[in-house]
Design a protein. Structure first.
Length: 594
């Protein structure tokens, strides 16, 4: 939390406070009317008059497209609510939704809400190698939220039964098929509709610096942030949103799925695994549906630049895109510029990619630039570095949200000073749910300490990193994001799959740098060459020398549910020797390290 030199800066001293822009963002009256209810259930139910309007479609590589109108969706959501009620779900109970992106997830999620209960989305394992860890995590999550039902595919339930599932307390494991069967028999179950202050959603935080936490959001939290979010994006009737983001994370769940339904926006869902298999699918679907809105983290833009040649997409037209949000991980100004330049041939307009910042504890979005603005950057020159880091502005606070920067001793900092980003406002979560009950997420004055580092300039926010991820080497602050970005330029190292962290070296009263990276080439000779290039690059650019470099095979770097690097977990795995048989491993003797 130091004062840094900012090139091209003329910061105005305003006591480190920024507040939402208020009346400058105007939400269309017809959309605002849909969001005028006190619960998300009431808001969605108001769309019943649009029975013939298309609500959403699911496009995938391995199955035909499936589409539902608003009328069809509401009928099936009511059926899901009845089915779950008959399976024992009561008002204010919790139902975990462990389903892949698709029709069943959407209907069971909203069905839980229409039953007066609280949905808890959780991601299913993507392969058999994840099953043991998933089984243990599922048991912990179910215990924390006191789940009544856990809805999952039959195949996953069978696998868990075969492996010997840990106790899931009072939870019943059911499949979507069993929900539909229960809906078709017996008398209608009575349903208690929620109120604005009732719990609407429990979403687990991404866990980038520790174990995920069960974040509790009320209907009021969600609708407050949704109004601000849709207003800042200038949503209009007739908008179409295409998204491949996972449904268990705030941007995919609230920002696209819930946001689209509540703002009368047609939604097109793509399974995340299909996007990873074929990134061009995202661009093709945006062209096919004449999408106006989408969202993705930085790695998706980089992946499209590397894997998609616009010449291979004849007829794809991206000229309808008005805003594509970029958030959830550090934003690379150069990567944004290259993406927009590369796909200009498909009609992509300048200024479409829009930076934003948010977190689960803030419901969704805490700050966002206005769509269409050019990317604003600051060059941060940290001590000891021969080159500056270019940070991307993530905009002004959302309406009704305050942002301030707190120093290490608790004092509020002036503009231009880096410290911990703190939020306050009605969209901030009620608290964290644990085995001991609900714990507050804020201090006594309503401030949420995000754990993120950043600074304010002219009322706009710049994020510099994570508080717990800072590496302190000889009294210098070294940002792992800078190290990882430089490492990503080395051929063979996978961008977005690189973890830099510090470990304590007590004899020297400092930390040493460890770097883990997934490597694309199994040849040890090329790995040694890449490691040598990496060392030289870090010495030249940051005047740091890694104590240890491990080049790993694909899939070994731990990630959060939203695809961010879990540096704390990577450090723990490293210290307990979990990375067996690396492609390359070279630890520098401590007497040579400096």
């Amino acid at each position: 939390m130091r004062q840094f030199t900012m090139a091209n800066a003329s910061p105005q001293r305003r006591g480190g406070r920024a507040q939402g822009a208020g009346t400058r963002d105007v939400l269309a009256a017809d959309i605002a009317s849909v969001l005028s209810g006190t619960t998300v259930v009431e808001c969605l139910a108001r769309r019943a008059e649009e029975a013939d309007v298309k609500a959403f479609s699911v496009e995938s590589l391995d199955a035909p497209c499936v589409s539902l109108t608003v009328g069809e969706m509401l009928v099936q959501v009511s059926r899901a609510a009845q089915g779950m009620s008959r399976l024992g779900l009561r008002a204010r109970d919790r139902a975990m939704i462990v389903l892949p992106t698709g029709v069943d997830f959407v209907l069971c999620f909203w069905g839980t809400l229409f039953a007066g209960a609280t949905p808890v989305p959780a991601y299913p394992p993507v392969g058999m190698h994840q099953l043991p860890a998933f089984r243990e995590k599922l048991a912990r999550m179910a215990a924390v939220v006191s789940a009544r039902l856990i809805i999952m595919p039959e195949m996953l339930r069978t696998l868990l039964a075969a492996e010997g599932t840990p106790t899931l307390a009072a939870a019943a494991l059911v499949t979507p098929e069993e929900v539909w069967q229960a809906a078709d028999g017996g008398e209608a179950a009575s349903v208690t509709l929620p109120s604005g202050d009732d719990l609407a959603l429990i979403q687990f935080s991404s866990g980038s610096t520790g174990d995920p936490r069960a974040v509790c959001l009320t209907h009021r939290n969600i609708l407050t942030n949704m109004r601000a979010f849709l207003s800042r994006m200038r949503m209009q009737l007739g908008d179409v949103c295409v998204s491949w983001l996972p449904m268990y994370h705030d941007m995919g769940l609230i920002g696209t799925m819930m946001g689209a339904f509540l703002s009368r926006t047609e939604l097109v869902l793509i399974p995340p695994t299909d996007f990873l298999r074929r990134p061009a699918l995202w661009l093709e679907m945006m062209g096919k549906y004449r999408a106006t809105v989408s969202v993705a983290p930085q790695f998706a833009y980089n992946l499209c630049v590397r894997k998609v040649d616009p010449a291979t997409l004849p007829g794809v037209d991206l000229s309808n895109l008005r805003v594509v949000l970029n958030g959830a991980e550090p934003i690379d100004a150069r990567g944004v510029a290259v993406f927009q330049r590369q796909f200009r041939a498909l009609g992509l307009r300048a200024g479409v990619v829009t930076p934003c910042y948010g977190l689960a504890e803030g419901t969704l979005a805490a700050s966002m630039r206005s769509p269409g603005q050019r990317v604003r950057t600051f060059s941060l020159a940290s001590d000891g570095s021969s080159s500056a880091t270019k940070l991307v502005c993530v905009g002004r606070p959302m309406n009704d949200t305050e942002i301030r920067i707190r120093g290490p001793r608790g004092a509020w900092l002036d503009d231009g000073s880096i410290g911990e980003i703190c939020l306050r406002g009605p969209a901030v979560a009620t608290g964290y749910l644990g085995v001991d009950g609900l714990q507050p997420a804020t201090d006594r004055n309503g401030w949420l300490a995000t754990g993120d580092l950043g600074f304010l300039d002219e009322g706009e926010l710049f994020v510099t990193g994570r508080l717990k991820d800072l590496i302190i080497m000889g009294g210098r602050n070294v940002y792992p994001q800078d190290i990882e970005a430089a490492a990503a330029e080395v051929p063979g190292l996978r961008p977005g799959r690189i973890a830099a962290f510090g470990i304590a070296e007590p004899d020297r009263a400092t930390e040493v740098l460890v770097l883990l990276a997934e490597f694309t080439d199994a040849a040890r000779e090329s790995a040694a060459s890449a490691a040598s290039m990496l060392r030289q690059r870090l010495r030249t650019r940051f005047a740091v020398t890694p104590y240890d470099i491990m080049l790993l095979r694909r899939g070994q770097i731990p990630l959060t549910t939203s695809g961010k690097i879990r540096r704390s977990q990577a450090r723990l795995d490293y210290q307990r020797g979990a990375f067996a048989n690396p492609v390359y491993h070279a630890r520098m003797p401590m007497d040579r390290w400096r």
